[in-house]
Design a protein around this ligand. Structure first.
Ligand SMILES: NC(=O)c1ccc[n+]([C@@H]2O[C@H](COP(=O)([O-])OP(=O)(O)OC[C@H]3O[C@@H](n4cnc5c(N)ncnc54)[C@H](O)[C@@H]3O)[C@@H](O)[C@H]2O)c1
Length: 408
């Protein structure tokens, strides 16, 4: 029994259970120090290999992540470290990334000058225009620019675009044009503004409305501050424009309060400059075109009504400052210099032809007697004020009108 137990390997005791026997144990090669342990057990190779991998990883980490921008997210501390360290290398004076901007009415007078400036500062611009009063010629010089797009579209119909900013200018602006089809004018002001505000809400874009000094009507307060609520005839021939813009302002504020849309409101006073329609019935373009054609300049009424005249580059600077400001408005954007119609006719005469004559005609209905912006608010909050005087700006407009009248 003793023998059988010895021979059978299945029943052989494991070394762990075997009784310690000095005779069966192999002789030790030498003293068991840690050096000997590493050398003899071949652990050294693995320790060195591990140290090499770790060192390489920490040395190469910044390069690995900067070469692979898709990895730079803020999901893990390592990736956000890489993102932060590259951000800290941004040089001083770095400008924010270019924006995608839509300008409705961008083929018109003011819109086309705004588009020039936006493209100049590096933005991508989409012009939406139905060419009712706008002209392709006003933006033709951008047609080859890859950051520019021109869409024929009526804002009365909805449109879906992906942009960061919406400058909403689409609306006929001169009395001749907005009285031509008053129902269409009010539709443009109400439905067009609703559509563009709806778009702003849907895509989270900032929205700027170009309203007008006409919201003050025939003002009883002079000069006009933004706090003045106006004196407007709601059923007159100008109401499609005046009341249309007042409704557009209401919609803009309701989309802000109710829909959380970031909005801006500019109330623009009379503006002039190159690219105005030649025969749009606005007083500066009328006088200039008539004087250049050697026709008498038409003064409606007694010519003592006053207006202020702002050069278009000043307006564009104001619109862009307002859009990027933290203020909703409304802001008066106009030149506070005040001229009677007769004084304006005199400046035009001196600029174009001292022999020009004046012809008086009865005044039109609801023509405001006086108009002059108080721009204290814009000066204080936007740091904006007009720089170009009538005597400086008028010759620039005359050069453009002269060329176009010669081409007729
Ligand atoms: N120029 C000024 O003195 C003045 C003063 C006050 C307010 N504004 C406002 O500034 C904006 C621009 O005025 P402007 O002087 O350049 O006039 P404008 O007539 O030259 O430009 C208006 C543009 O809107 C486009 N448009 C009109 N209805 C449209 C529609 N339904 N859909 C798409 N496009 C349409 C026209 O084709 C045109 O290109 C207007 O909203 C106007 O009310 C201008």
């Amino acid at each position: 029994m003793k023998q059988l137990h010895h021979k059978s390997p299945t029943h052989a005791p494991s070394p762990a259970h075997a009784p310690a026997s000095k005779t069966s144990k192999p002789a030790r090669p030498g003293p068991r120090t840690w050096v000997g342990y590493l050398l003899l057990e071949q652990r050294l190779l693995f320790v060195l290999l591990g140290a090499l991998i770790a060192t390489s990883f920490f040395l190469l980490r910044p390069y690995i992540f900067s070469l692979s921008p898709s990895n730079v997210t803020d999901r893990s501390p390592i990736f956000s470290f890489a993102a932060r360290s590259s951000a800290s290398r941004v040089p001083a004076g770095f400008r924010p990334p270019p924006r995608r901007v839509v300008v409705t009415g961008g083929a018109g007078f003011v819109g086309s000058h705004l588009v020039d400036r936006l493209l100049e500062q590096g933005d991508s611009v989409i012009v939406v225009d139905n060419f009712f009063t706008g002209r392709k010629e006003n933006v033709a010089h951008h047609l080859r620019n890859p950051r520019f797009e021109l869409l024929r579209h009526d804002v009365v119909e909805p449109i879906l675009l992906e942009v960061d900013r919406i400058y909403h200018l689409a609306c006929p602006a001169s009395p001749v044009h907005y009285k031509y089809n008053p129902i269409k004018t009010i539709k443009t002001n109400v439905m067009g503004t609703l559509n563009m505000l709806g778009l702003a809400k849907r895509i989270g874009a900032r929205f700027l409305l170009t309203s007008t000094s006409e919201v003050y009507g025939d003002p009883l307060e002079h000069p006009q501050k933004e706090t003045y609520w106006g004196h407007v005839n709601p059923i007159g021939v100008r109401s499609c424009y005046d009341e249309g813009k007042r409704t557009a302002e209401t919609l803009t504020m309701d989309y802000h309060r109710g829909g959380g849309v970031a909005v801006r409101i500019a109330r623009i006073f009379n503006t002039y400059g190159p690219r105005m329609c030649l025969d749009d019935g606005r007083v500066v373009s009328n006088f200039v075109a008539q004087a250049l054609r050697r026709q008498p300049m038409t003064v409606y009424g007694d010519g003592k009504q006053t207006r202020s005249f702002q050069y278009v580059s000043d307006l564009v600077a104001g619109l862009m400052a307002l859009m990027e400001s933290d203020h909703i408005g409304p802001f008066n954007l106009g030149n506070p210099g005040e001229f009677t119609m007769l004084e304006l006719a005199e400046v035009v005469k001196q600029t174009i032809d001292p022999m020009s004559t004046i012809e008086f005609k009865p005044n039109t209905a609801d023509d405001p007697h006086m108009r002059k912006p108080d721009i204290t608010k814009a000066k204080q909050l936007l740091g904006w004020e007009p720089k170009v005087s009538l005597k400086e700006g008028l010759p620039l407009m005359v050069t453009d009108f002269r060329q176009r009248i010669l081409d007729e």
